[in-house]
Design a protein around this ligand. Structure first.
Ligand code: FAD
Length: 424
């Protein structure tokens, strides 16, 4: 018998429950990826192409193939299933509205065609619906009790990559997708690169994470987020091999936390999770200056230019620029969140919109009014101004004492704007 494994945000062979089950249950397995033209991947498209090329290479090494099709994922899966007389379709379950709608449609289409459909874990460490607060409700709204329950929850066994994947004869693989975007120099896509980065990170760096993760200029976080987003790495495997990495594992828990919030609150990317009656200003000039890294506030501009040049940003910088947008410019958090989502290689419905709501005070944090003092944070997390100088070259020769407040220099800095808003 034959099973189709429909890949999506799980582009790996290791610890892939759907692929492992298919290889165990069926004589023939057809790994499939359907590129949906209705969903342009933007800046993520080159990374996605590299992930698919790498996945195809690994599957071929195991005697298999990655079949790539274009179109509506449900229609294409069912069409292929009929053609090869598959008995079942397996896929990893995901939480976004789109992913859930697709899974529902796929399950219905399989039923109509008398095929089995099975959803599998693998996108998060703990399944989004596995934990329920003792006080009632379908999800955790507050992180600390979630973290406690999450830490105590039993884990499934991690799975090896299958030794062999037997595909039916005469199956056309199809072309890998092209991308209009240049591939990232800093992040090459694919499981092979991801696993090497994971090994290096766990061997040399993870122990320094608790002390170093807020150092803006240092390269002291894992930078694994694009790989986790595309599922080139299993978050469970990462967690289970992160010895002496409690602070790091806590961040992986934040990822699961926002996934379970998204599962329960599917309009997280549009509606305020909790309405606080804020009135947002409309100011397209200010929004544009923020996006271009031209606000006149060095730490904000450095973060925004890191995003423009690397399609990635340090977590502390993400917090600073987000808080600047909502608290100082008083612009709608969705303006910032949509820009992040478009630009980031790790752009993720759950993590991006969950964190933005958290920063805007519309989310599920219990201290929604906390404000970030941008200048104090800049001086603390970029004490020598190294991060600012790296991304804002106009400020290269500004002395250290004024690097975060160049407006204090009597003559200002030629070519660099005055702050958009008063920084008193
Ligand atoms: P590390 O510090 O090494 O952490 C390891 C992993 O834990 C990350 O790769 C990520 O998967 C997870 N993680 C870490 N912090 C968080 C967090 N606060 N929330 C959820 N998961 C976390 N992360 C995304 O993956 N996609 C996004 O679109 C995204 N948007 C964000 C927007 C804002 C406004 C903020 C404040 C944070 C956002 N984050 C997002 C979370 C975090 O900034 C990134 O995950 C992190 O910077 C990625 O770098 P890293 O892999 O070196 O992280």
């Amino acid at each position: 018998d034959t099973v189709i494994v429909l890949f999506n945000r799980d582009l790996r062979t290791h610890d892939h429950p759907a692929l492992a089950a298919a290889c165990e249950n069926a004589r023939q397995v057809v790994p499939l990826f359907v590129l949906d033209p209705a969903l342009p991947a933007g800046h993520r498209s080159a990374f996605l192409s590299e992930c698919l090329a790498d996945l195809r290479r690994s599957l071929r090494e195991r005697g298999g193939e990655l079949v790539i099709r274009r179109g509506d994922p449900v229609a294409e899966t069912v069409r292929l299933a009929r053609r090869i007389s598959a008995q079942a379709v397996y896929a990893s379950s995901d939480v976004s509205t789109l992913a859930r709608r697709r899974q529902r449609r796929l399950a219905e289409a399989c039923e109509q065609s008398r095929m089995e459909f099975r959803g599998f874990p693998g996108v998060t460490i703990v399944a989004p619906d596995a934990l329920r607060p003792s006080g009632g409700g379908d999800h955790y709204r507050v992180f600390t009790p979630y973290w406690r329950a999450w830490s105590a929850h039993p884990r499934r066994e991690t799975l090896k990559a299958p030794d062999m994947v037997h595909v039916p004869d005469g199956l056309e693989g199809g072309l890998l997708p092209d991308s209009d975007h240049e591939p990232s120099v800093l992040f090459r896509g694919g499981e092979t690169v991801a696993r090497e980065r994971m090994r290096q990170w766990l061997k040399h760096c993870v122990e320094d994470y608790a002390d170093g993760h807020d150092d803006l200029a240092g390269n002291r976080t894992s930078r694994l987020s694009p790989y986790l987003h595309f599922g080139c790495l299993s978050p469970l495997e990462l967690e289970s091999t992160a010895v002496n990495g409690d602070a790091f594992v806590r961040q992986l828990c934040w990822r699961d936390f926002f996934h379970q919030v998204t599962a329960a609150f599917p309009r997280i990317n549009r509606d305020d999770y909790r309405s606080r009656g804020q009135e947002w200003r409309t100011d397209s000039g200010a929004a544009q200056a923020w996006k271009e890294g031209m606000t006149g506030v060095p730490i904000v501009d450095a973060g925004m230019r890191q995003l423009l040049t690397e399609n990635w940003m340090h977590n502390r910088a993400r917090m600073i620029v987000a808080s600047f947008l909502v608290r100082r410019l008083r612009l709608d958090w969705r303006v910032g969140a949509d820009h992040f989502f478009e630009m980031l290689l790790d752009g993720d419905i759950a993590n991006n919109y969950g964190n933005w709501q958290w920063m805007a005070g519309t989310g599920n944090n219990t201290r929604p009014n906390q404000t970030v003092n941008h200048i104090r944070q800049a001086k603390r997390f970029d004490p020598d101004g190294e991060y600012v100088r790296r991304y804002v070259p106009e400020l290269c020769s500004v002395p250290k004492r004024a690097i975060h407040e160049p407006w204090l220099l009597p003559a200002g800095v030629p070519g660099y704007p005055q702050p958009l808003v008063s920084m008193d």
